[in-house]
Design a protein around this ligand. Structure first.
Ligand code: ATP
Length: 311
């Protein structure tokens, strides 16, 4: 019996030291302090995903408090609402909590208190998969698959016809560029293929999102400076994807949000100012100062002014 017991005892001690190491590792990664995993409700509400099937999303944040770790609140009571088809732009210095707002929309995390509402219901009432289907993102930096440029666009809705892919590419102002490539839509791109510029990749992402046809759109603007022609093409492409769709712009270049229905100036997790561009300029506060600073630096780098100047 002793012979049997010794190895078991040995295994037991290995098990306990592995467990301790795992807990240490979790602590190291900060996982134990993170918000608990979000869970789907037992009886989820249906949520239409596509603009072709339902009107654009009605979106609201109601006094949202949230932090990634228990000891550090990041959003201290943020409220705003966007009517169906409206466009809200969120600006503010780096670390203000702009991307946190978009992560809460996807319900990557739950709020500490307050609500994120879509179509008049708390996002916790929907299935996560349905939320992610209804929201489209044009990210700062798009990852391209090692495949054809056509496939990279079709990924927005696998099964789309060539005609639909080309239609989306035209709206995203990337069709003519694709036709100029050696093998057109069959040209391979990505790490092992043709490298696209930041502006071209962004337009591929926009075409992808046009195909996906989500009811809510998040534009996470690139900070990088673009030449005037590219900037204009991207603006036209963004207008095509955001028209008619409820849109949240995480803005880094102020020039893109002049036409926003509402601009939310976030600072230290609070809404410091809100309103339309002209009102905020007239007010002569934080936004006006960001605008003036960006204007001053415009010739050198259109993306840098706001980040550098904000307090
Ligand atoms: P930027 O303009 O630089 O992208 P931002 O306004 O989007 O900044 P957020 O990314 O929302 O800022 O971050 C807000 C705060 O939350 C920052 O202080 C950041 O360090 C912190 N934060 C962001 N993600 C996490 C995370 N996963 N765990 C812990 N803290 C985080």
């Amino acid at each position: 019996l002793l012979q049997l017991y010794a190895p078991l005892n040995f295994l037991g001690s290995i098990y306990s030291s592995i467990r301790t190491s795992l807990v240490d590792l979790e602590h190291m990664l900060g996982l134990l302090d993170e918000a608990v995993e979000v869970a789907d409700p037992a009886h989820p509400l249906p949520l239409a995903a596509h603009l072709k099937d339902a009107p654009p999303v009605v979106l609201a944040f109601q006094d949202v408090h949230f932090g990634y770790r228990k000891d550090r609140e990041i959003l201290h009571g943020v409220s705003f609402s966007v009517p169906p088809g409206g466009l809200i732009a969120i600006v503010g210095p780096t670390g203000a909590g702009k991307s946190t707002v978009s992560r809460l929309l996807f319900r990557f995390y739950d709020t500490w208190s307050g609500k994120v509402m879509i179509d008049g219901h708390d996002v916790r009432e929907y299935r996560q998969a349905d939320l992610r289907e209804a929201i489209g993102v044009v990210p700062q930096d798009t990852v391209l698959f090692n495949d054809t440029i056509g496939y990279n666009i079709a990924y927005g809705r696998l099964g789309a016809t060539q005609e639909e892919i080309e239609q989306a590419a035209k709206l995203a102002r990337i069709h003519d560029f694709i036709l100029s490539l050696p093998e057109g839509y069959k040209t391979r791109v990505g790490e092992r293929g043709l490298k696209l510029s930041g502006g071209e990749k962004q337009r591929v992402a926009i075409a992808r999102t046009i195909l996906k046809d989500p009811r809510l759109l998040i534009l996470d603007e690139a900070t990088s400076a673009l030449d005037t022609h590219t900037e204009r093409e991207i603006q036209a492409a963004l207008r095509a994807v955001s028209a008619e769709r409820t849109t949240v712009v995480i803005a880094h270049r102020l020039s893109t949000i002049v036409e926003a229905d509402e601009i939310l100036v976030l600072g230290d997790g609070l809404v410091k100012e809100r309103g339309r561009h002209a009102d905020l300029i007239a007010r002569g506060g934080l936004y006006a100062a960001m605008w003036a600073a960006q204007d001053a630096g415009q010739d050198a780098a259109p993306g840098s002014g706001m980040e550098a100047s904000a307090p």
